[in-house]
Design a protein around this ligand. Structure first.
Ligand SMILES: Cc1cc2nc3c(=O)[nH]c(=O)nc-3n(C[C@H](O)[C@H](O)[C@H](O)COP(=O)(O)O)c2cc1C
Length: 209
């Protein structure tokens, strides 16, 4: 009789132990701040996939919908022709039309990712920010570049989203197409970027530990 009771006790204690372990584990995992759950958009422009790699890392940590910006008339494959076209578009303030259309009413938090082009925000991202209304939303820019930084990119995001709360962006080194270096955010570098993204998201209060 005494043995049967202590066996029952043992089962119960083990159950309690496992349950508290599970609770402890879940409290240590990332959690998105409650109010933005399910209302996150990660929209990005990419040519050689570095900004896309960063976008996917953000999605892993925050969730939300991932959307690549596509143009009605894609840029030339040739790098120099592409650079020349961007210079010309920036000079005349041309906003290239986009194929991508998004219902912004569905989102409260919008991550906006882009490569540096000519030390500026790329023309298609200027189009995207100009043709959508971000009032009352949190806009979070991110960037990859060839080592020369984001240039005026983050400032331009603020200028084009005057009624949004634009949070601190993160700019990281990506590829260097001019030197034949394409996707670099992979393998060990992707693991490093993951850590940098995590630290940034915690700093701006999008995820907590
Ligand atoms: C048209 C064009 C212009 C660029 N201009 C710059 C620049 O001014 N400064 C810089 O650091 N990188 C520049 N880059 C390099 C990209 O910003 C860098 O390779 C970035 O990681 C590419 O991102 P993606 O792989 O998502 O396309 C330029 C690339 C292109 C295609």
């Amino acid at each position: 009789m005494a043995t049967a009771v202590s066996h029952k006790d043992l089962v119960q204690t083990t159950r309690m132990f496992l349950l508290s372990g599970l609770l402890l584990l879940s409290s240590c995992m990332y959690s998105l701040i409650d109010e933005v759950e399910g209302r996150v958009l990660i929209v990005y422009l990419t040519r050689t996939n570095n900004t896309e790699a960063m976008a996917r890392i953000i999605k892993e940590q925050v969730g939300g919908d991932l959307v690549e910006i596509e143009l009605v008339n894609p840029y030339p494959e040739d790098y120099q022709a592409h650079v020349d076209q961007v210079v010309e578009e920036n000079n005349r303030g041309f906003l290239p039309p986009l194929k991508t259309k998004i219902n912004m009413d569905d989102y409260d938090v919008v991550f906006v990712g882009f490569p540096t082009w000519g030390m500026q925000l790329p023309p298609p991202m200027k189009t995207f920010l100009s043709e959508n209304d971000f009032s009352g939303k949190r806009v979070i820019p991110f960037n990859t570049n060839a080592g020369f930084g984001v240039g005026s990119g983050f400032r331009k995001v603020k200028e084009l989203c005057p009624d949004a709360q634009v949070l601190e962006g993160l700019s990281l080194e990506g590829g260097y197409e001019k030197q034949g270096v394409f996707l670099t955010i992979k393998g060990e570098r992707a693991r490093e970027v993951k850590k940098e993204v995590e630290t940034w998201l915690q700093k701006i209060n999008i995820i907590k530990e």
